[in-house]
Design a protein around this ligand. Structure first.
Ligand code: GRF
Length: 203
């Protein structure tokens, strides 16, 4: 798989740790990012994983950037792209060519977008959480694979709540990606099931 990150890369690091076990069934062939200078990309380099950078500002518009990102991913011929804290919207060039999953720090379809934890707090929900879903051409709108709930505590602020979400998010990501790799998956409309069948959409 190719893992895409934009920041600290703690989810990527959890996947790298899990992938050390051959029984986990996943090989991380490259880590890509939209920006230089983040801790996550340094961690990947230190681990000796191939990395690539496709800086958003180096392209005339979103479509050109999206095409460049799709081409760089394709060089590694991954079976799956994992957007694990990647903070840009991947467009049709990527989504139309690569199977990709994304993690999101809220219980979708509530609170899509870049400020999910802040938005959940502002709305006053008592339970939020994390979602892993396949990417489609919308924003955080693709078929849901798994979700885990996290209670909001009185006095929570954005960073404290986000850290608690990330603890369960890393576990969910590692579990789900391992199962996708080992068992395959079937997407039937909005419904995702583990396991291979003979339908057209199965992998
Ligand atoms: C995660 O909570 C992810 O859901 C969100 O950004 C965070 C990334 O954290 N989109 P990290 O870079 O993996 O530490």
């Amino acid at each position: 798989m190719v893992v895409l990150i934009s920041g600290a890369g703690s989810n990527m690091a959890a996947l790298m740790e899990a992938a050390k076990d051959p029984d986990y069934g996943v090989e991380i062939v490259a880590v890509g990012t939209d920006r230089e200078g983040t801790r996550g990309i340094e961690v990947a380099r230190e681990a000796g994983v191939p990395t690539f950078v496709v800086p958003f500002r180096a392209y005339a518009d979103r479509a050109e950037w999206d095409t460049a990102m799709s081409d760089r991913i394709a060089e590694y011929t991954p079976d799956l792209v994992v957007s694990a804290g990647f903070m840009r919207i991947l467009g049709p060039a990527v989504v139309g060519r690569h199977q990709a999953v994304n993690i999101h720090p809220a219980l979708l379809p509530s609170f899509p977008g870049a400020h999910a934890v802040r938005d959940a707090l502002a709305h006053g929900v008592r339970i939020t959480g994390t979602t892993i879903h396949f990417l489609d051409e919308g924003v955080d709108s693709g078929p849901i694979i798994d979700q885990v709930a996290v209670p909001v505590e009185d006095g929570d602020d954005e960073s404290g709540l986000h850290e608690r979400i990330k603890v369960v998010e890393r576990r969910m990501l590692v579990d789900t990606v391992g199962r996708l790799a080992r068992e395959g998956w079937t997407v039937d409309g909005r419904h995702v099931r583990f396991g291979r069948t003979d339908t057209k959409e199965n992998r």
